[in-house]
Design a protein around this ligand. Structure first.
Ligand code: URA
Length: 438
């Protein structure tokens, strides 16, 4: 097959055959098709979007471009959860052990941070000894034994996506809907998933600034997932303000541990909002996997699993199984930034905006994320928010604390943070965490 013909067909908006898309995925994975030809095809696919059937065929071809995880023998029901990425999103750290403690097998491949959106793999690096470098064999063995395994992406699963994603990033073609959908779902299929819960983020701190964009992505993920043989469920949740109180790797691990160890009444209002999101997705997972027939029963089971300490025990089992030399019963081992600076309100009023994008950028610049793909991250730095949209505050109220490596970096972050948190005189309602249920 001559790849020039495939580029020309895309350019003219003609429909690709399954064989052509398989040729493309295999060629991208093996490095047989040069980057300049793949880039030309990507731009053509951006301008003439793939049809649903083409997207399914590309998804499956990319999933088959490397190994597929064989989960035979792992107790069912299986669940995989994926977030489209946001600021302060540490959901996997709570949801994973919580669902495993409820009897599901959670097998998940997680990514590193991408731009302002953090990655679970980076957060987990804050746990001394913890390794996300699991072989497929170890992943399956661990899931069989304790019901949960979370690994970083390996080069063996969906290598075509790795090649195409790198090129999309530098050719301004990341935001093509069919390309996003096939990228996300191919990795889920290669990871052996049968049921996937998708958290589609909406707002300034996500890939989907508008509700319309988030709805299109959620609908496409579910529709293409079904056509590709997955049971896929997508809800849309708020990412206009950061999730929970903490942004930054070790700070987020601390917040997740708080949810696993403390009663809800002892959590900060921002962390309660994060807990609410975890409860929603946990209940959805229990319902769709048949473990709890109704939402009410699912929620009772979730609260019982959290409050009894079973979710915490499972979290400790999980991190030990992946090499941790500490546990979640206390947190003195977490790295702490040398500088902490508080930001207080200059006036009384109502919190009108806590801009997720700007706060994600500030955390990135403090060192919590990477500007270049090989940058070292600082696990200890970040921001702890003490307010959320709709809060009524008095003058001098603590708005946030910046955790920084140096006083200069902290001072710069505080100046920028002042502009990211808007105080207004007219009250506005809080932002619901759930925008559209699955
Ligand atoms: N996440 C992915 O894995 N792929 C995309 O294309 C976008 C987000």
């Amino acid at each position: 097959m001559d790849f020039r013909t495939i580029i020309a067909k895309r350019r003219e908006g003609m429909v690709h055959s399954k064989e052509e898309l398989t040729f493309l995925a295999e060629g991208a994975a093996k490095g047989d098709i040069p980057d300049y030809q793949l880039s030309a095809w990507l731009m053509a696919a951006y301008l003439k979007p793939l049809t649903d059937q083409e997207t399914v065929d590309l998804t499956i071809a990319m999933a088959d471009s490397g190994d597929r995880l064989d989960l035979t023998g792992v107790p069912k029901p299986w669940i995989d959860k994926h977030s489209t990425g946001g600021v302060g999103d540490k959901t996997t750290l709570v949801l994973g052990p919580l669902l495993a403690a409820c009897g599901l097998s959670v097998i998940k491949m997680s990514g590193r941070g991408l731009g302002i959106t953090g990655g679970t793999v980076d957060k987990l690096k804050s746990i001394p000894g913890f390794s996300t470098d699991l072989t497929p064999k170890k992943m399956v063995a661990q899931a069989k034994k304790i019901g949960i395994a979370v690994a970083g992406q390996t080069a063996h699963l969906a290598p075509a996506d790795k090649a195409l994603y790198g090129l999309r990033d530098v050719t301004e073609t990341v935001t093509s809907l069919p390309l996003i959908v096939s990228s996300i779902l191919s990795k889920k299929i290669a990871g052996g998933a049968d049921t996937v819960i998708l958290d589609v983020k909406c707002g300034s701190g996500s890939f989907n600034p508008t509700r319309e964009q988030a709805e299109k992505l959620a609908d496409a993920l579910v529709a293409i997932g079904k056509l590709a043989g997955l049971k896929a469920y997508a809800a849309i949740t708020d990412m206009d303000q950061p999730l929970g109180s903490s942004i930054g790797n070790a700070l987020e691990v601390k917040e997740a541990i708080d949810v696993l160890t403390k009663p809800e009444s002892e959590l900060s209002p921002n962390t309660k909002r994060f807990r609410e999101l975890c409860r929603y997705y946990a209940a959805l997972a229990l319902r769709v996997s048949g473990i709890a027939p109704t939402a009410g029963e699912a929620l009772t089971r979730i609260e019982d699993t959290l409050q009894s300490g079973r979710a915490l025990d499972k979290a400790n089992q999980w991190i030990k199984a992946q090499g941790a030399t500490v546990d979640f019963n206390e947190t003195s081992w977490l790295p702490v930034a040398p500088v902490q600076i508080e930001l207080h309100a200059k006036m009384a009023g109502c919190i009108g905006k806590v801009d997720a994008r700007t706060i994600g950028e500030i955390a990135l610049d403090l060192g919590a994320g990477r500007h270049e793909k090989d940058d070292e991250i600082d696990l200890s730095v970040g921001i702890v928010l003490n307010v959320k949209v709709g809060d009524l505050i008095s003058e001098n109220h603590l708005l946030a604390t910046v955790h920084a490596a140096t006083p200069e970096a902290g001072a710069t972050a505080i100046t920028r943070l002042e502009h990211a948190i808007l105080i207004q005189t007219t009250p506005i309602p809080p932002r619901p965490i759930l925008i559209r249920p699955a």
